[in-house]
Design a protein around this ligand. Structure first.
Ligand code: IPE
Ligand code: IPE
Ligand code: MG
Length: 241
């Protein structure tokens, strides 16, 4: 059956605005991050029901280490909380989890949590959730180049296709729709390589408030876009994944 092209195959989201959501409620920022996890879990099902096969979210950037120590440790601790609360359910619901980002500089505990999340969901096929944690688009390009060199690729063998295979998101097609919540209109070092031809939707909605209605508004916006990929007529994305 032909896939409905008005529905993006891959949606990527910069989940921004947790801190402001908490501040509005006179709560510490951590409560915003906690509510953000719940919003994410609600959205996975909503995406899957609408025929989206890949959901990729920005959870912690390479630059988020600049935040106060208690916020950083709160975010790290939230991984275990989210895992205990949701992992079994996700594994049962057909969600495949892939964690994308630099692992060498996070704690052993976190590395174990990621390995467990990936291992217990690796056979699932309903939707692929890529969690970008300790991730940066520039980091990704650098690590891909390093891997290409380590694999013995010669300069003339390096092209867009060969380098793509070493990128951290090689398991997924490029995002069709890139959403940023929280009102800022910038990429903040998210999928720099992969978003070359993504459609962008920026919304003022703070991430913990992002639900089905906001998702549908973004999807309606996407459905009205004409994707040309540099050509002159509407074109279909050529997906690797
Ligand atoms: C996004 O929300 C979550 C992370 C960056 C971890 P913020 O924490 O950036 O929330 P605001 O932008 O300060 O409201
Ligand atoms: C981007 O949000 C990172 C994540 C959502 C994880 P930030 O809040 O860190 O981005 P800036 O600092 O506003 O650009
Ligand atoms: Mg922010």
């Amino acid at each position: 059956m032909q896939r409905d092209l008005s529905i993006p195959r891959h949606v990527a989201i910069v989940m921004d605005g947790n801190g402001r959501w908490a501040k509005k409620r006179f709560l510490p920022r951590f409560f915003g991050h906690k509510a953000g996890v719940d919003a994410l879990v609600r959205l996975i099902d909503a995406c899957s029901v609408r025929g989206i096969s890949y959901l990729t979210v920005f959870a912690f950037s390479s630059e988020n280490w600049k935040r106060p120590e208690d916020e950083v440790s709160g975010l790290m601790g939230l991984v275990a909380v989210a895992q205990a609360k949701y992992l079994a359910k996700m594994a049962k619901n057909g969600v495949r989890i892939v964690v994308v980002g630099e692992r060498d500089t996070v704690s052993e505990r976190l590395r174990k949590a990621w390995a467990e999340a990936e291992e217990s969901t690796r056979h699932n096929t309903r939707i692929t959730l890529s969690i970008c944690f300790n991730y940066g688009g520039r980091w990704d390009m650098v690590q891909a180049c390093r891997k290409a060199v380590a694999a013995g690729l010669k300069a003339e063998q390096i092209d867009e296709a060969s380098l793509s295979r070493f990128m951290a998101m090689a398991h997924a097609p490029d995002p069709d729709l890139f959403i940023r919540t929280g009102g800022e209109v910038r990429i903040s070092n998210f999928l720099l390589w992969q978003s070359a031809y993504s459609e962008f939707v920026f919304t003022d909605c703070l991430w913990p408030d992002f639900g089905e209605a906001e998702l549908d508004a973004a999807l309606a916006d996407y459905a009205g876009r004409e994707r040309r990929f540099g050509g002159v007529t509407p074109a279909v994305p050529v997906h690797a994944g």
